[in-house]
Write a protein that binds this ligand. Structure first.
Ligand SMILES: [Zn+2]
Length: 649
């Protein structure tokens, strides 16, 4: 088994040791005993024929051998089942196991108290606004507006819509009367404090739309003008609770349906989302403002990987995509290269989401389409096009393709988009398609794309080199102790946690080898899995927002850094060797994971009824092929980076 590398690690293992995965899984998945193990139907994909979901009491792990091809321990199961973050799952399971979590520092407690206080103020404000909307004579225009838009009373209550009175101190007086201080109300974004210390309500005479976090706490408001004043929409300012670029409106009400349907639809406006929910399409969320941020994509990825962007067909809708691209560009602002429209392509490949674009009929917004023809909306979501296909169509419409200059311009713009597709087969298919669209020679386009990819690979390795500091000397002086593969996992994590572009590089290299991207399931213990997940979702450890990093994970990270930090440093710029060493670690880790999965499957197959065997055989073959690929690149190919840090077994 693995060794403890941190106190964080031991608490997590302690929790696991007190819980029985069979019992926890069995609460929601009917399990049938099969020898030592248990099998059932996977709760994460639709299946009624073959029970492809197995729980292994010996290792306290589970795995779906069917469509999802995922697995893990009790933490992954609860996170996936309930859509929780690692920290949330940790609290739930710690309580259940009766394991006290480490006491918080006084600063952490103070911060949590402050946030709790702001949440209380916002919840009280939402109730105040709601009662005004329902009761106040002054709110008549707001009620008329909602009636005009066709909102049912039930919808108004479900979303907790409200009205802010026109007076300057209505909310201020009310909440002060309930014991909140001016400072608390200012910090919550509810009031504005003038230089002379006097204060007034931020929102006055507006329709109030509460914005909630995924757990359903009010964190801010969108406020719509009712009598033509500007701005039409006024949002809460940035506060400790409210980060406009990361929040998604209606996610709290949508997350269960997103998980059930496997699709999240992203619209632009509050009312598009509200009306979709009212019509029964509860997997719809709204991005506040028109651009989509990386943080929003990462949020949604916790519930599904299929994301559909609903855009108006008019230039404004197109503008929204371009703005989405702009925000992707900001995410890579530190790179000096022009990113162009490949932003979302690379971004979606990098964070592993299937980003699609739904175009609405000319001149319609989602609200109108849903109202006119709910079936058409359902069809549009179903048939949304992959973002690459959408962008190619867009380019084809923009350039005169009958003219050689137009063809050249098309190829020039399409090449970086195509080059950003991480999967080689997918890339080849799109190159073929693009060449056919513009009636240009496929080879010419291929060369352009290859040139772009060279730049991309160089850029990634340069970037990785820049973020790793210091000397080659450390590499020679030390070798990781302990189990070689656990060492490789630790090393790889330390590298990933410091070099933001290393993960996309690994994804590209794995795709080139015909392997699935590295994922948290490749790691052998809960701590490493959680660290990997955080790094993949939040980027380098230094950039984790304060409240996102579970303290236990930070402790575990610091221990890792102490122990392996020296080794992860050290490669000279312009050399891909360092990144290639990371690839090698990743391949070892995958090798171990595949061997273990094959052994598990093998054990299961001995006990499986004949009629189900064929499907498991197929799975077994796929795993064997993957293992063969891993071993071929590990042991037959001369390593590009020379001798690796960890001795071969
Ligand atoms: Zn499954």
């Amino acid at each position: 088994m693995t060794r403890n590398v941190s106190t964080g690690h031991s608490v997590i293992e302690e929790i696991k040791s007190r819980l029985d995965i069979v019992e926890i899984v069995g609460e929601t998945v009917p399990l049938r005993r099969s020898g030592k193990n248990y099998i059932g139907f996977c709760p994460f994909h639709h299946n009624v024929r073959t029970p492809a979901f197995a729980v292994f009491p010996d290792t306290q792990t589970w795995r779906c051998f069917g469509a999802c091809n995922t697995g893990g321990d009790v933490f992954q199961f609860v996170m996936k089942r309930d859509g929780l973050s690692f920290s949330e799952a940790l609290r739930v399971l710690a309580e259940r196991a009766g394991v006290p979590l480490a006491p918080k520092t006084p600063e952490m407690e103070a911060r949590e108290r402050e946030r709790a206080r702001l949440r209380e103020a916002l919840a009280a404000a939402a109730l105040f606004y709601q009662s005004r909307l329902l009761e106040s004579p002054e709110a008549e225009p707001a009620r008329a507006y909602l009636a005009d838009r066709g909102l049912a009373r039930e919808t108004i209550e479900r979303f907790g819509l409200g009205y802010s009175p026109g007076a300057w101190h209505a909310l201020l007086d009310y909440l002060k009367g309930r014991g909140f201080s001016t400072e608390e109300l200012r910090a919550a974004g509810l009031i504005v404090v003038r230089e002379d210390g006097t204060a007034f309500d931020r929102f006055r005479g507006r329709l109030m739309i509460p914005i909630r976090d995924p757990q359903g706490h009010v964190i801010g408001f969108g406020a719509r003008a009712l009598s033509g004043e500007e701005p039409k929409y006024l949002n809460s300012p940035q506060t400790p609770l409210f980060d406009k670029s990361a929040v998604l409106f209606a996610l709290d009400l949508a997350r269960a349906e997103i998980r059930r349907t496997g699709t999240a639809v992203i619209v632009e406006g509050y009312f598009d989302a509200i009306m979709a929910h009212q019509a029964g399409f509860a997997n719809v969320v709204a991005a506040l403002g028109t651009s989509l941020s990386e943080a929003q994509l990462r949020q949604l990825r916790r519930w599904t990987r299929r994301l559909v962007l609903a855009l108006d067909a008019d230039p404004a809708g197109m503008h929204a995509v371009l703005k989405g691209i702009a925000s992707a560009r900001e995410a890579f602002a530190e790179t000096s290269l022009e990113l162009g429209p490949r932003g979302p392509v690379r971004l979606s490949g990098q964070i592993g989401v299937d980003l699609r674009v739904l175009t609405l009929p000319e001149g319609m917004d989602p609200d109108e389409l849903i109202r006119r023809d709910p079936q058409a909306w359902a069809r549009a979501v179903e048939t949304a096009r992959p973002v690459v296909a959408f962008l190619l169509d867009y380019l084809a419409a923009r350039f005169p393709l009958e003219d050689p200059k137009g063809k050249a311009a098309f190829a020039r713009e399409a090449a970086p988009i195509l080059a950003a597709i991480p999967d080689p087969i997918e890339r080849a298919v799109y190159i073929q398609q693009a060449a056919r669209m513009a009636r240009i020679n496929e080879r010419v386009l291929l060369e352009q794309v290859a040139g772009r990819r060279m730049e991309e690979t160089k850029r990634v390795s340069r970037k990785a080199s820049a973020s790793a500091q210091a000397s080659k000397k450390a590499e020679k002086e030390r070798t990781p102790r302990g189990d070689a593969v656990t060492g490789a996992e630790a090393m790889l994590l330390v590298m990933l946690g410091q070099a933001p572009d290393l993960l996309p590089y690994l994804h590209v290299r794995f795709a080139e080898l015909g392997l699935d991207p590295l994922s948290e399931e490749d790691f052998s213990n809960s701590t490493f899995r959680a660290l990997f997940r955080n790094i993949a979702e939040l980027g380098p450890v230094e950039e984790w927002p304060e409240e996102a990093g579970e303290p236990l994970l930070r402790t575990a990270w610091e221990r890792l850094l102490d122990r392996y930090g020296g080794l992860a440093r050290g490669f000279d710029p312009e050399n891909v060797r360092w990144a290639e060493n990371a690839v090698r670690y990743a391949l070892w880790i995958r090798e171990r994971q595949l061997k273990e999965t094959i052994a598990n499957l093998h054990a299961l197959m001995k006990e499986i009824p004949e009629d189900h065997l064929r499907e498991f055989m197929e799975k077994w073959q796929q795993l064997a092929v993957a293992l063969n690929r891993v071993q071929r690149s590990l042991y037959r190919r001369a390593p590009q980076g020379g001798r690796p840090f960890v001795a071969e077994r």
